[in-house]
Design a protein around this ligand. Structure first.
Ligand code: ADP
Ligand code: MG
Length: 700
């Protein structure tokens, strides 16, 4: 009999969480640490020493020998360097030690992390700094300490630091606004995030036979299987035994790490699934999402599976995204994006709503930029994910309220309607105020916004620090407008009306996938950036630099560095994809098809020598067709190879380089694939060197 899991006991068992701190820290230390965590107060070294010691004692009891400063550099994946706790005791023996200094500061060599030219490699020093607001945890007998990462000269080299700064900035301005509105008891405002994570699971044996998946995370060749997702039988379908075993294991591993894994189900594409946690602070949600992705990969391995987090592993079926559910709440427990029963009378809600509307309108380019990646280029605007045009969906109820405010007309909420099931044994219940609009990139969903354009592999730190910063900017402008008003109520109403009127163009409640919307959005002056290079170009627009610098998030040099890093990374990824295709084409596909044609030729000749009247129609027509395709394929391979070589001419201009890869190399890759996939359809299974789409997508 399988032992049942005691979830409350399991949950957080690998985390140095509040309960353990309380048990293990002297009272004064615990209190000081709590102040830092809850109110952002600076931390004293004596507190750090006590915390370090308690953490080490706990970790050693749990079997740990090492600790690591865990950080999120600009590579897009997390990084760690492990140090043991050993310290010579002077008698040739060692004791296990860990000081406050070691907890606070680590020194990984920073020279090989992307810095976008901020640092020359000889200025290698980089520091990691403990983030006490995200709890330490144990994995693989190592104590993991979440940290921020910066250079010797103080430049930000990671994704966590700007996020923490943006949270603090938003808190400061939101608290000022709330005090103005009479909420004197609010001392801190926190942004919250619940990221829904999509992924694919395929059999490890299939994966191992696909160099494209190994090197690039997506299939670069592959004819579609006879069946795709058209029957819609996978979405919320019953979960296969092997996948269910993986999911159960994954839940348990995540719970141990304190991740609030809540919902799991099958997604639209075959072999595609989703996991959603219960929301937490933006900072913890970001760390936990990074952890979730890592644990997914490791757990899959244990089950003979591979977890694919690429945005578009398979052509022809849906790719994977991440829905970033985002809200703002106060330390007094109020969700500032909750409209309440009477949003028409709730000026505070209207003000925060107006801030989000204005932010999304004015910084739509940044929201698009923050979700841009080589992988996500396959999704955005390709009729499966939200389009590349950023707009907002407010739903019927809130949409009607906004219209009423703009037009100065009367509005009364319809309230929640009863849902009548029409069957006596089924309970009736209250319906949500609005239906869902699954096509909107930025949708209001009751008491939060769901930013849906994120790619599945993205570190959610970036979109969230942008979101926090732009909303902070609007709130601080609102504060300046309102702070000296004689009649606050009237000033508030006038401000909300003005903002919603000026920014209503960002609101769109219709079908975001329709061609009419593309035309309409253009008329409204909304951006439509189809690819990363097109979008990224605007990252360094003056208004965006002003936003980040003005709010103290990152400096202009750091923004320019990030811009270079993203463009360079994009070009490198496309280069790897092109080289992988060339390799697969030259070393496997061409020889395989040629050999198959050779066999057909032998067969035809043998048949003919047996008797001239035997039909060789099948062989001849296949030989002709495959030979023609193969010629096109080999020539296209050479063209692609030449195009990659020619990229060198743009080596001193990352934007031009990225554009070249997108426009020239990427287009040739598509053409090469078309030849390859056509040949796969006609080549014997015995000869084709790679597992098929059917085997990969329906093999688990
Ligand atoms: P929906 O059905 O609208 O998608 P769910 O309740 O299923 O809403 O929530 C989806 C995700 O949104 C979950 O991860 C959930 O924790 C998260 N979420 C709910 N409330 C908030 C909030 N106030 N802030 C951030 N995320 C939230
Ligand atoms: Mg959702």
């Amino acid at each position: 009999m399988e032992k049942t899991t005691n979830v409350p006991e399991l949950f957080g068992s690998m985390v140095f969480n509040d309960q353990k701190m309380k048990e293990r820290l002297p009272r004064t230390t615990y209190k000081a640490l709590k102040k830092t965590i809850q109110n952002g107060e600076p931390l004293d070294i004596s507190v750090a020493n006590a915390v370090a010691n308690a953490m080490k004692d706990w970790a050693v009891e749990m079997g740990c020998t090492h600790y690591t400063h865990w950080f999120q550099p600009m590579t897009g994946v997390t990084a760690e360097k492990h140090d043991s706790f050993i310290c010579p005791d002077g008698d040739g023996q060692v004791i296990m030690e860990f000081s406050g200094k070691e907890l606070i500061k680590g020194e990984p060599d920073a020279s090989s992390f992307p810095s976008g030219g901020i640092r020359a490699t000889f200025e290698a020093r980089g520091y990691t700094t403990w983030d006490p607001t995200s709890p330490a945890f144990i994995r693989d007998k190592t104590l993991y300490i979440p940290t921020a990462f910066c250079s010797y000269t103080g430049e930000v080299l990671d994704k966590k630091t700007p996020l923490l700064r943006s949270m603090e900035r938003l808190s400061n301005v939101a608290v000022k606004v709330l005090h103005l509105l009479g909420k004197e008891d609010v001392t801190r405002v926190t942004t919250t995030v619940g990221p829904e994570q999509e992924y694919f699971l395929i059999d490890k044996k299939m994966y191992d036979a696909r160099p494209d998946l190994i090197f690039t995370g997506r299939t670069l060749f592959g004819a579609p299987a006879p069946k795709g997702q058209e029957l819609e039988d996978h979405y919320f379908g019953s979960i296969k035994t092997r996948v269910a075993a993986f999911m159960n294991d994954l839940d348990a591993e995540l719970w141990k790490l304190g991740v609030l894994a809540k919902t799991k189900h099958n997604e639209v594409a075959p072999s595609q699934h989703e996991l959603a946690p219960i929301f937490s602070t933006s900072n913890i949600a970001t760390d936990h999402n990074e952890l979730t992705m890592e644990v997914m990969k490791k757990t899959a391995e244990k089950h003979g599976l591979v977890c694919l987090l690429h945005e578009k592993p398979f052509a022809g079926v849906n790719g994977s995204g991440k829905h970033n559910n985002w809200s703002i709440s106060t330390n007094t427990g109020e969700n500032l994006l909750d409209p309440g029963k009477n949003p028409e009378d709730n000026l505070q809600f209207q003000l925060f709503l107006a801030a989000v509307v204005k932010a999304v309108h004015e910084y739509q380019d940044l929201l698009r930029i923050t979700v841009a990646s080589a992988g996500n280029d396959h999704r955005l605007g390709a009729n499966e994910a939200p389009p590349a045009i950023i707009s907002m969906y407010l739903g019927d109820d809130l949409g009607a309220l906004v219209d009423a405010i703009i037009n100065g007309t009367e509005y009364r909420s319809k309230g929640k309607a009863d849902m009548l099931t029409g069957v006596d044994v089924l309970p009736d219940f209250k319906k949500d105020n609005s239906d869902r609009n699954r096509t909107s990139p930025f949708a209001f969903t009751g008491n939060k916004f769901e930013f849906r354009a994120l790619g599945s592999s993205l570190n959610i730190g970036c979109p969230n620090y942008m979101l926090n910063t732009m909303v902070a900017q609007e709130l601080s402008e609102f504060y300046d407008t309102l702070k000296d008003a004689d009649d606050l109520d009237a000033a508030l109403k006038a401000l909300v009306k003005k903002v919603l009127t000026e920014h209503q163009n960002i609101i769109f409640n219709g079908d975001n996938y329709s061609d009419e919307w593309v035309a309409e959005a253009e008329k409204r002056g909304l951006c439509n950036f189809r690819s990363l290079p097109e979008a990224m170009e605007h990252y360094v627009d003056q208004k965006n630099i002003d936003l980040f610098v003005g709010n103290g998030i990152v400096s202009e040099a750091e923004i320019r560095a990030r811009y270079e890093i993203e463009l360079e990374h994009y070009a490198k990824q496309l280069r790897i994809e092109a080289l992988t295709m060339i390799d697969m084409a030259a070393k496997s596909i061409t020889p395989a098809v040629s050999a198959f044609v050779g066999e057909l030729t032998q067969t035809a000749l043998a048949k003919k020598s047996l008797s001239a009247s035997v039909s060789v129609y099948a062989e001849t027509s296949l030989i002709e067709e495959l030979s023609a395709s193969l010629e096109g394929f080999v020539k296209k391979t050479a063209e692609l190879e030449a195009a990659v070589t020619a990229a060198a001419q743009y080596s001193d201009d990352n934007l031009a380089l990225a554009k070249y890869y997108r426009e020239t190399v990427f287009t040739l890759m598509g053409e090469l694939r078309a030849f390859g996939d056509a040949m796969e359809r006609k080549t014997s299974k015995q000869y084709w060197p790679y597992p098929s789409y059917g085997e990969m997508l329906f093999g688990v």
